[in-house]
Design a protein around this ligand. Structure first.
Ligand SMILES: NC(=O)c1ccc[n+]([C@@H]2O[C@H](COP(=O)([O-])OP(=O)(O)OC[C@H]3O[C@@H](n4cnc5c(N)ncnc54)[C@H](O)[C@@H]3O)[C@@H](O)[C@H]2O)c1
Length: 285
């Protein structure tokens, strides 16, 4: 396993909501970053999101360097081979087991043998993703929270074969990005999504069944339980497709108490995925 002190370049797979956030915090911490997505247009969209986020943080005086210096450390790529130079990789592509297993098989081929491969999966089995490689002991879950540049927490998820040294590496790497960590075993949804997803789905069902209007469901949970966002606004923030994928995995693994709310499915089918498409339970500029 490559030591933390030997990490110069971090590879990020996926330039979406989470991938561009992870690329940004890694570059802010001083790493060179290669962020890869499947289409140049997706890479560009991710780089634009980083520019916007860095400009916002700079406006609040929350960066130690100027945004251009940080941004210059990030290279966008649509070519898999660009990840060959990575000393550690964090994967944040779509929440689909087959896609992630294919990506890890490719990463196994393209990166050096001693490179740690982490996945940002919300619910999928680290052990199953790891078994697509010849280096299961070097595969781990590094579950960042959304938005990555703002949220302090990272969940370290330990697969069946993950080596203890890789667990230590994951905590140290995340802490080096300015995050605090906790650890979960490789069980569906880990700590956070096992508890969060039924909460969101119940909020959606309460809305669908007319318990209250959407604003009052969110206001009630914010004021009543002291959380920063209610379930409907949080679902829009996460992305309804991501909520649905995560809920379906939990449902398949843990049974009916995790059944996704019908209205989440209907909105995903309509293409209303939340903030990222401008419409979910609420509408956005
Ligand atoms: N959105 C959240 O709040 C959140 C929080 C924690 C973890 N996650 C997890 O992070 C991962 C990414 O979620 P997201 O919200 O960023 O999704 P997203 O839809 O915003 O982005 C996913 C990106 O992956 C890209 N992609 C698809 N296949 C790829 C491949 N083979 N190689 C490279 N890129 C590929 C897509 O083009 C897209 O740009 C998922 O596993 C999700 O469960 C999401």
């Amino acid at each position: 396993m490559r030591e933390l002190s030997d990490i110069d370049t971090v590879g990020v797979v996926g330039a979406g909501t989470m991938g561009n956030g992870i690329a940004q915090v890694a570059a802010t911490a001083g790493y060179e970053v290669v962020m890869r997505d499947i289409e140049p247009a997706y890479v560009e969209r991710g780089l634009d999101a980083i520019d916007d986020s860095l400009a916002r943080l700079d406006g609040k005086d929350r960066l130690d360097e100027d945004p251009e210096t940080i941004r210059d450390r990030i290279e966008g790529a649509a070519d898999l081979d660009a990840l060959a130079e990575a000393d550690a990789v964090v994967e944040a592509a779509v929440e689909d087991l087959d896609v992630k297993r294919d990506i890890f098989a490719d990463l196994d081929e393209v990166t050096d043998d001693d490179v740690v491969l982490a996945t940002n999966t919300s619910t999928l089995s680290i052990t199953s993703i790891a078994s697509a490689t010849e280096r299961a002991s070097d595969v781990i879950g590094l579950h960042f929270m959304n938005p990555v540049p703002i949220m302090d927490g990272v969940e370290v998820v330990v697969g069946e074969r993950t080596a203890d040294s890789v667990v230590d590496f994951a905590h140290d790497f995340a802490e080096g990005l300015g995050k605090e960590t906790w650890e979960a075993d490789d069980k569906p949804g880990f700590v956070t999504n096992r508890i969060l997803m039924p909460w969101i789905n119940e909020g959606v069902r309460a809305y669908d069944e007319g318990v209250a209007d959407r604003e009052d469901i969110d206001r009630g949970m914010r004021l009543g339980t002291n959380v920063p966002m209610g379930p409907l606004e949080l679902a829009d923030h996460i992305g309804l497709d991501v909520v649905l994928d995560a809920s379906e995995t939990l449902h398949a693994e843990l049974g009916d108490r995790y059944k996704p709310a019908y209205l989440v499915k209907r909105k995903v089918e309509a293409g209303d995925l939340g903030k990222k498409t401008g419409k979910g339970f609420y509408e956005y500029e």
